[in-house]
Write a protein that binds this ligand. Structure first.
Ligand code: PHE
Length: 336
């Protein structure tokens, strides 16, 4: 019976068969149990031998069952691996994760900074009316300042209003004045467009962040103070600034604010060793613009500034060509 049992075990096709063989031999009413039960009926001289062989049979069957069970398990795994290609031991497929665009990263950082200083974050249309992009900003149709901000016009046939891709975020200054009750302060991050011949420092699409503060009795001192706070927030240290006169029809007086180069070491390539970098145009809001926004210039005043977001990102990360920013090359984008 032992060799019979071992033979059946070694060819058993599945675990259920093994269990039934186990019951048959070592179960409560199995072969081994009946062998043991028969011992008292044997002549005393044979009893010891009978007991031993019953136990040997039990051990041999149990060992063979255990071995066969392991073998069946391995065979099942092998079959599965060969079968439909599923292999539970393979590493999972690599998850492709995107990263935030550097412009988005810097925009969010600045939004946090400005909201902590009581500014709202506003939005405006990228396809803008000529009226808001130019007219209400004190740039009438025949004004020479239009030459420096040539853009793409998208006139609907038959419509009297002129639509264009906005050349700056400044139109939102007027939209804000029309919609909000002063005093208020706001920043406007967004895309702007110019008709440009592109090169390393000119791109037809780039990003600005407009700042606008409307209040009573606003002076150039407030403007400078706000700009220094802003620069401390951006560069995490006090930055010396200087103002040069700058001309923008929608501010009076208007300035170009230069910052003492925050990256300057000897031979700095950022400021070309002049130790100053031209950072942001700004000024006090022109009375005509206040009027266009429905405010009385006798009562309200304000200042505005135009942060070049694209330029700031380039400074921050040492990017030497503005065209990388919207070029869509993953080798560039994956670095951030
Ligand atoms: N809108 C101007 C530009 O794009 C920048 C600017 C903004 C200047 C606010 C003064 C005040 O050139």
């Amino acid at each position: 019976t032992l060799s019979d049992a071992l033979g059946r075990i070694s060819t058993a096709p599945d675990v259920d068969t093994l269990r039934s063989i186990e019951r048959e031999f070592v179960g409560k009413d199995g072969v081994v149990a009946s062998m043991l039960a028969a011992i008292p009926t044997l002549p005393p001289a044979d009893r010891k031998g009978a007991g031993q062989s019953a136990n040997q049979l039990k051990q041999a069957v149990l060992t063979a069952l255990a071995e066969r069970e392991v073998a069946l398990g391995n065979a099942a795994l092998d079959a599965e691996r060969k079968g439909d290609g599923f292999d539970a031991s393979l590493p999972p497929p690599r998850l492709e994760r995107g990263t935030l665009h550097p412009v988005v990263q810097v925009t969010r950082e600045l939004e946090d900074l400005f909201t902590s200083m009581g500014y709202m974050v506003l939005d405006g249309p990228e396809v803008e009316l000529d009226e808001y992009n130019f007219e209400k900003l004190n740039i009438p149709a025949d004004h020479p300042a239009r030459d420096t901000q040539d853009t793409f016009y998208c006139n609907a046939p038959g419509s009297k209003a002129t639509l264009l891709l906005r050349t700056h975020t400044s139109p939102v200054q007027v939209r804000a004045m029309e919609h909000l009750q002063p005093p208020f302060r706001a920043v406007v991050p967004g895309k702007v467009f110019r008709q440009e011949t592109t090169d390393a420092s000119h791109e037809h699409t780039f990003h600005q962040m407009e700042g606008i503060v409307i209040d009573r009795n606003v002076s150039v001192g407030h403007l400078i103070g706000a700009m220094k706070t802003l620069l401390r927030g951006i560069f995490k240290k006090d930055i010396e600034v200087r103002l040069r006169p700058g001309y923008f029809p929608f501010v009076e007086p208007g300035f170009e604010l230069d910052a003492r180069c925050p990256f300057c070491e000897k031979g700095c390539s950022v400021c070309k060793q002049s130790t100053w970098i031209e950072l942001l145009p700004c000024g006090l809001v022109h009375p005509n613009v206040l009027k266009a926004g429905g405010l009385d210039p006798e009562e309200w005043g304000g200042f505005a500034f135009g942060l070049g977001l694209s330029r700031l990102v380039m400074l921050r990360y040492g990017i030497d060509d503005v065209r990388h920013l919207l070029g869509g090359d993953l080798r560039f984008l994956e670095q951030f």
